[in-house]
Design a protein around this ligand. Sequence first.
Ligand code: FES
Length: 75
Amino acid sequence: MPTVIKVRPNGSLLVESDDAVVVDWNGNAYPLAKRPFSLCRCGASSRKPFCDGMHKQIGFCAEEAAPPAATPDGQ
Ligand code: FES
């Protein structure tokens, strides 16, 4: 099953995977307390790179949805 990263409206990036790992710039893995887990995209978390819910308190706004999937005939 592929890893799914779900962009939450006005919130985090929810990583739905049984085997995804998050590593720092040295390749060291962050411990994961649970799955699925959420990555911060607002920049305000005190637990970066993970979300701690601070996006709600700062009023983070980002609701860009992906474009609709193209149909087989390209429409
Ligand atoms: S997205 Fe949740 S704290 Fe940044």
